[in-house]
Design a protein around this ligand. Structure first.
Ligand SMILES: Cc1ncc(COP(=O)(O)O)c(C=O)c1O
Length: 353
C-alpha cells in the first residue's frame, strides 16, 4: 500500500524495482551452490554456459551489476591510454561514474547519438584517431540496445559490425535490455526472441546483459565474449571486488528468468502501448511512440513547468515515476493492466483531460 492512499502502490520508476516471483524464489531456494571464486558454483557455471550458448559466444561471466559488467568489458578491450568511442548519453559513458577513465585510464570519446540511439558511422570514422603520439589509441566502439527503450535497427547493427571489423576496432554492447530489443524485433518479424537476441549479440565482440531489469531478478548481470576476453574480464572483476562466493542463488534466479521471463516481456511492451494510447491527446504532453517498455514524456507549452507538480500528484495517488529532466515511466513484471489504467486516469485528472 502507498502511505498516502489505500490503493496499492504502482512503481513505474524503472524495471529494476521488480521483486522475485514465487517461481523464481523457489528456483533460488533450490539452487545447488559452491564457492564461485574456486569456480565451484554449479548454478553459476550452468548460467554462464547457458547464456554464452544462447547468444553464440565461447564464454560468459556472471557479474554483480551492469556497471561492473560494462566496466570489465571496456577494460578487457582497452589498456591505459586507449580510448573507446561511445554515445554522449550512453549508460557506460554518462551514468557509470566514469569508471573506465577513473580506474582504467581509458579515455572515452563521446559522440552525440542520433535520434534512434545509433552512432553515425561517418562521425565514428572521423573520431578515430590517427596512429600518432598526440592521441589516445582508438580501440573500441560501445553501443547500447535498447537505448532509452529504443531498438537499434538490425540493418544498422549489421552495417556497424562490418564497419568496426574493417577498422579493426572492438565492438561492445551494453545490452542491459538486450532481451527487450529482441522481443520487439521478434514481434515485428514473427521470429523467436531468442534468435533475435543472438542475431543482435553476434554483431559484437562483447555483450553485457542485465538480469535485474526487465528479466526481473533481484540482482546480477553477465558479460559474454571469447574465452580470451572473459579471462581478462575475470581478472578485472576480481580487482573490482566482484569475486563472489555462493552466487548460485542469484544465478538460479537468472537462469529461471532466461527460461520464463523473456517471452513475457511482450506483455510489458503491450502495456506500454496501452499507456501511451491512454495518454495521447493530452495537451502539453509530448512523447514518441514507445518501442519497448520505456516512455519518456516532455512537458511543453503551458505545461512546460508542471513536471514536479504532476510527479507529486501521482505520488499522492500512490504512483511513482521518475522526472530528472524528462518524465520517465517504465512497465515491468510487477505492473498490470489495472495499474496502467489507474495511471492514465490519474494523469488525465491532473490535466482535467
Ligand atoms: C542501459 C543500462 N546499462 C547499464 C546499467 C547499469 O546497471 P546496474 O544498475 O546493474 O549497475 C543500467 C542501469 O540502469 C542501464 O540502464
Amino acid at each position: 500500500m502507498s502511505a498516502l492512499t489505500s490503493l496499492p502502490r504502482i512503481d513505474l520508476r524503472s524495471d529494476t524495482v521488480t521483486r522475485p516471483t514465487p517461481g523464481m524464489r523457489e528456483a533460488m531456494a533450490q539452487a545447488a551452490v559452491g564457492d564461485d571464486v574456486f569456480g565451484e558454483d554449479p548454478s553459476v557455471n550452468a548460467l554462464q554456459e547457458k547464456l554464452a550458448n544462447m547468444l553464440g559466444f565461447e564464454a560468459a561471466l556472471f557479474m554483480t551489476t551492469g556497471t561492473q559488467s560494462n566496466f570489465c568489458g571496456l577494460l578487457a578491450h582497452c589498456q591505459r591510454g586507449d580510448e573507446y568511442i561511445v554515445g554522449q548519453m550512453a549508460h557506460c559513458y554518462r551514468w557509470e561514474g566514469g569508471g573506465a577513465a577513473v580506474f582504467g585510464s581509458v579515455q572515452p570519446q563521446p559522440l552525440t547519438q542520433q535520434a534512434n540511439g545509433s552512432l553515425d558511422l561517418a562521425e565514428i570514422e572521423a573520431a578515430i584517431k590517427p596512429d600518432d603520439a598526440h592521441f589516445a589509441k582508438t580501440k573500441l566502439i560501445a553501443l547500447e540496445n535498447t537505448w532509452g527503450g529504443k531498438v537499434l535497427p538490425q540493418s544498422y547493427l549489421d552495417e556497424f559490425s562490418a564497419f568496426a571489423l574493417q577498422k579493426g576496432l572492438g565492438r561492445h554492447l551494453d545490452g542491459a535490455r538486450l532481451f527487450n530489443a529482441a522481443v520487439a524485433q521478434a514481434n515485428a518479424s514473427g521470429t523467436s526472441p531468442y534468435d533475435e537476441a543472438k542475431r543482435i549479440a553476434q554483431c559484437f565482440d562483447s555483450v553485457s546483459v542485465c538480469f535485474s531489469k526487465g528479466l526481473g531478478t533481484p540482482m546480477g548481470s553477465a558479460l559474454c565474449g571469447s574465452k580470451e576476453l572473459i579471462a581478462k574480464a575475470h581478472r578485472l572483476r576480481k580487482m573490482a571486488g566482484g569475486g563472489w562466493r555462493q552466487a548460485g542463488f542469484m544465478a538460479a534466479a537468472a537462469t529461471y528468468a532466461l527460461d520464463h521471463h523473456v517471452l513475457r516481456m511482450a506483455e510489458d511492451h503491450q502495456l506500454m502501448q496501452h499507456l501511451a494510447q491512454g495518454l495521447s491527446g493530452i495537451p502539453g504532453l509530448q512523447f514518441e511512440s514507445p518501442e519497448t517498455n520505456i516512455l519518456f514524456i516532455d512537458l511543453v507549452g503551458e505545461s512546460k513547468d508542471k513536471g514536479p507538480a504532476l510527479q507529486k500528484y501521482l505520488k499522492q495517488a500512490g504512483i511513482d515515476i521518475t522526472g530528472f529532466y524528462r518524465l520517465r515511466l517504465v512497465t515491468h513484471l510487477d505492473v498490470d493492466r489495472a495499474a496502467i489504467d489507474r495511471t492514465i486516469a490519474t494523469v488525465r485528472q491532473f490535466f482535467n483531460a
